[in-house]
Write a protein that binds this ligand. Structure first.
Ligand code: FAD
Length: 541
């Protein structure tokens, strides 16, 4: 056995209570109970967790300190000194970000005839998308329809979702599954050929998740990456965006990027720019561990905000209830929510359940925090982290021996490296920073308030309200990646770019100066800083 003796006593209690728990029903919460739980325990509501954005379009709105710190920092480039005359390349459509949303936008813009150039910070495909486990929602079964998907999404989002965006999401979702299938994504199917439709998470009233075992994102990214390269779309790796360029008329007209190998800047002029740089998990809001990849540092949000793009719901962060809490090497690793819809239960140190596992993510994460911090019924690890058990072996008990091995190949192998048998032993979990519910506000074609600047995927906000339902983000990145790419492909021909300017950066700096804000930081930060003691808090909640 792999768990230390100090944790084994609790595992025995969990095993002893299994039979009783199998028949135990925990009713869903009423709306009132849920709001009380969220207000008391969800990290978004912690006193002192956020502050006002002091300048810019969203001045006065609340956001987490870690994000506002970046908004209060100066640009890496000095707009007074920077030479915009030496344009390295001119394109029709510039895509920034090499995850699922960026690759999708690139493919559709290319198909519409645009000359497309995609820049990304790491290797093409290094992203949150490649890590997606659970699957993609779409109403493709007879028992489901867009209206149900719409209502579930809005209910899950706390009724804050932008209706036009949700409409686009649910109406386009079946065609996205068809498109991915045509590209070669081998979605899991039943023996009769129909999709295996998974109940990906709490909040969905119908099973509508389309998966490839527990490595959906990896398969999808491999296929999209091949498709982009086969179409000979130019991709530049290890070159993050540093600042957006506007033209004299206030239109977005390209970006400055940094070649990380030569440490030199690349100025790209473009008729249309599509930002697809993903989220902010690596800012470790409130020191939470994260499920996100290393490049998720809010870069796109920061540079778009400096250029005048409007943000929405940046005070709303999604903490996934079941991030790994032991072993420390796997801290934050996501254990997909499908495990709970397949029967895995959350259990405290005494072997007792404490929440209906199919409540929405915000509620389940809050209940885990209540169970550990307030009720002191968590399991403490040797390094002082705490968590509750996710009783995974119940899945095999309910669905037949071998099910876990078949559908959790990725997680099975990850835990095996630390001598934990994912099919036989429970996993210790704690909420992990997973997703930014908010982001850049766009319309249903991905357009921001800055003309010729689009934002697609996790960087965009509004569609998920204040709580995204599981499986809806992959739907989102493909639906809006396709919409933005297609529209850009239709419009680029009519566009003339005016004189290029960095006046927006200059003005932003001036506004900071007028407010007396000088935190000594520069942004975007590109990568998290894990040196010395700065890393430690992320491992002790
Ligand atoms: C572990 C995990 C599991 C998940 N499972 C699911 C799931 O099953 N179903 C679901 O619907 N959702 C899931 N999600 C959420 C979903 O995967 C993401 O929200 C979504 O894939 C984001 O796609 P994206 O293209 O917007 O961003 P990403 O996939 O993160 O891509 C962003 C890209 O931009 C690049 N980039 C960042 N900064 C810069 C810069 N300055 N310049 C240039 N490039 C930059 C990054 O390197 C990256 O390539 C999961 C997320 C995680 C982390």
């Amino acid at each position: 056995m792999s768990y230390p003796p100090s944790m084994m006593e609790s595992i025995r209690k969990l095993e002893a209570s299994r039979k009783r728990r199998l028949g135990q029903e925990i009713p869903s919460m009423t709306l009132k109970e849920k709001s009380q739980l969220l207000e008391s325990y969800h990290p978004d509501y912690r006193p002192g967790a956020r502050r006002e954005i002091p300048i810019g379009v969203n001045k006065g709105d609340q956001a987490p300190h870690e994000f506002v710190d970046l908004l209060e920092s100066r640009s890496i480039i000095d707009p007074e000194m920077f030479d915009l005359d030496s344009i390295s390349v001119s394109v029709d459509v510039l895509i920034i970000g090499g995850g699922g949303a960026g690759a999708t936008a690139a493919l559709f813009a290319h198909e519409a005839g645009a000359k497309v150039l995609l820049f990304t910070k790491l290797r093409f495909g290094d992203s949150n998308t490649i890590m997606a486990e659970g699957g993609i929602n779409a109403c493709t079964s007879r028992g489901d329809n867009p209206v149900r998907h719409y209502i579930d999404t809005i209910g899950g989002g706390g009724f804050y979702n932008v209706p036009e965006l949700v409409r686009a999401l649910v109406v386009d979702s079946p065609r996205i599954i068809q498109w991915l299938e045509e590209l070669g994504v081998p979605f899991d199917r039943q023996p009769d050929g129909n999709f295996i439709q998974r109940h990906l998470s709490g909040g969905h009233t119908r099973p509508r998740g389309h998966s490839v075992a527990d490595y959906t994102g990896m398969v999808v990214v491999q296929i999209l990456r091949d498709e982009v390269l086969n179409k000979k779309i130019n991709v530049v790796e290890f070159s993050p965006a540093v600042e957006l360029i506007l033209d004299e008329n206030g239109n977005c007209a390209g970006a400055i990027l940094l070649d990380l190998e030569t440490n030199s800047f690349i100025n790209v002029k473009s008729k249309i720019t599509i930002l697809a740089t993903g989220g902010l998990g690596r800012l470790h809001i409130q020191n939470f561990p994260t499920t996100n990849h290393y490049g998720a540092t809010a870069d796109g949000l920061i540079i778009a905000y400096r250029a005048g793009a409007k943000l929405v719901y940046m005070d709303s962060i999604q903490f996934h209830p079941t991030g790994t809490a032991f072993p420390t090497q796997l801290m934050g690793l996501l254990v997909s929510e499908v495990s709970r819809s397949r029967g895995a239960q959350l259990v405290n140190v005494e072997g007792e359940r404490f929440i209906n596992e199919l409540e929405t993510r915000d509620a389940v994460a809050s209940a885990i925090i209540r169970e550990t911090i307030e009720r002191k019924k968590g399991i403490i690890t040797p390094v002082g982290m705490q968590g509750v058990w996710l009783d995974i072996p119940l899945i095999d008990i309910k669905r037949g021996k071998g099910f876990i091995q078949q559908y959790y190949r990725h997680l099975y192998h990850r835990f095996k490296e630390y001598d934990i048998d994912f099919s036989q032993e429970p996993v210790l979990v704690y909420p992990s920073l997973h997703y930014q519910n908010g982001g850049l506000l766009t319309n249903e074609w991905g357009e921001t308030n800055i003309p010729r600047l689009y934002a697609v995927g996790e960087i965009a906000g509004g569609v998920h309200g204040r709580n995204r339902l599981g499986g809806n983000s992959l739907t989102d990145i493909f639906v809006f990646g396709r919409r933005a790419g297609t529209q850009a492909g239709q419009l680029f021909n009519e566009i003339e770019v005016g004189n290029l300017t960095l006046d927006h950066v200059r003005k932003y700096h001036q506004e900071l100066g007028k407010k007396g804000i000088n935190n000594g930081k520069k942004s975007p930060i590109f990568f998290p800083d894990y040196r010395n003691e700065k890393a430690l808090p992320h491992f002790q909640q």
